[in-house]
Design a protein around this ligand. Structure first.
Ligand SMILES: CC(C)=CCC[C@@H](C)[C@H]1CC[C@H]2C3=C(CC[C@]12C)[C@@]1(C)CC[C@H](O)C[C@@H]1CC3
Ligand code: SAM
Length: 375
């Protein structure tokens, strides 16, 4: 089904690399940034930035673009080896955006976004559910708590798997949650293994959407449901428009994405692999008073609670600049490993272009598709 070149599966080498770079994975967040193995950090920095250094939306060639697609697996693995601690420090353990109601706290909105997907998919306590690209397990924990379902998280990043296991242990959820190493383009699960499958802001890392959706279709039981919050470019996006391409490129470089696709490509891919789309809606375009991207702006007026104030201190423009300069200083004096500031600069690219992409109506991180596999 996939037109993409599939990555070699060398899980043993991946696990050894993650152990060398991050240690046991018991500790996360900003302090964990400081304790990386220096050589492994350098290898991750080189492995990720070789795709972006000395290139740009205007200069990049067709070969550069193809190289990112061919290298999808290690590009994304290195990206998350470098950013996971920053994500946890700034955002928490659910690595996705959410809608916000007036008066609703950041954490509450995050959980509600996850509950909404589970509700739309009809997940219940008798189901075994797959979370494709599960991060450090924030959504898996919340969806288990909300529905009672057993959740299996699939991830190609060993560090995130160890963080997911550490959280499951902390909350006593080991018998209901498990985290499995694997590439979503070539899963190791047998056909018809799961009652439901969901993916939250993860399948955008695929080099080819039909490839990952085809695998999801295969492992889903007949009659089962697949739900996804997809990152897509909207109908307004024009690849030949320099401003549009600059925004898409900024999102790609800052978010570890080989190539972003338009919503029509996602929709066609879902249908091509056999899914019936039973519900589709851009959840970023439902007239919300508070935009989904507000934590990344300087708009203090949207802060809803005292807790949000502390989150905003890390995610807003000002907070990001503070983290970037502090990280740079720590790197200079040898406390943070080399390349740490470069990572914060890439994250800044992400934040700026995500907000611009949203404001200019070119991008959404929450195109919801609920799909059925026929009986
Ligand atoms: C990469 C994909 C497909 C999804 C991740 C969505 C979001 C959770 C991230 C996108 C940009 C990230 C940034 C941060 C946290 C996680 C994101 C919002 C920071 C706020 C983390 C703290 C750093 O100092 C600044 C980061 C800016 C970007
Ligand atoms: C933005 S994070 C979202 C994580 C999670 N869904 C959440 O909302 O917290 C994207 C996730 O997709 C995973 N991922 C990316 N490419 C993958 C691949 N080829 N196979 C499996 N997982 C992958 C990353 O490791 C990461 O955990």
């Amino acid at each position: 089904m996939s037109t993409a070149k599939l990555a070699p599966k060398d899980f043993k080498a991946d696990a050894e690399f993650a152990k060398a770079m991050h240690g046991s994975g018991e500790r996360g967040g900003f302090t964990a940034v400081l304790s990386k193995n220096r050589d492994a950090q350098q290898a991750a920095v080189d492995g990720y930035f070789k795709h972006w250094d000395n290139k740009g939306p205007k200069e990049e060639t067709e070969e550069d673009k193809q190289a990112r697609l061919d290298d999808y697996s290690s590009l994304t693995k290195h990206y998350y080896n470098l950013v996971t601690d920053f994500y946890e420090y700034g955002w928490g353990s659910s690595f996705h955006f959410s809608r916000y109601y007036p008066g609703e706290a950041f954490k509450q909105a995050t959980a509600r976004h996850e509950h909404y997907l589970a509700l739309k998919m009809g997940i219940n306590e008798n189901m075994k559910v797959l979370d494709v690209g599960c991060g450090v397990g924030g959504p898996a924990r919340e969806i288990h708590r909300f529905t009672g379902a057993e959740v299996v998280g699939l991830n190609n990043n060993d560090y995130q798997i160890s963080r997911g296991n550490a959280y499951a242990k902390k909350f006593g959820l080991e018998n209901k949650l498990s985290f499995v190493k694997g590439d979503f383009m070539q899963m190791d699960f047998p056909d018809n293994s799961f009652d439901a499958v969901y993916a939250i802001e993860a399948t955008v890392h695929a080099p080819d959407l039909a490839g990952v959706y085809g695998e999801i279709y295969r492992v889903l039981k007949p009659g089962g449901t697949f739900g996804v919050y997809e990152w897509v470019l909207t109908d307004n996006y024009d690849e030949s428009n320099a401003r549009h391409r600059e925004i898409a490129y900024g999102i790609e470089i800052g978010d570890g994405i080989p190539k972003m696709f338009k919503s029509e490509v996602a929709e066609a891919a879902l249908k091509k692999v056999g899914f019936e789309i039973v519900h589709q809606q851009d959840m970023a375009d439902v007239g919300d008073k508070i935009p989904w991207y507000y934590p990344l702006t300087g708009d203090w007026k949207y802060i809803q609670t005292l807790g949000d104030f502390f989150t905003f201190c890390r995610t807003s423009k000002f907070g990001r600049m503070f983290t970037m300069e502090a990280t740079g200083l720590l790197e200079k004096v040898g406390v943070a490993p080399k390349g740490s500031k470069k990572v914060t600069i890439a994250l800044e690219e992400a934040a700026v272009h995500l907000v611009n992409g949203a404001k200019e109506g070119l991008f959404t991180p929450m195109m919801l598709y609920v799909c059925k596999k026929a009986e």
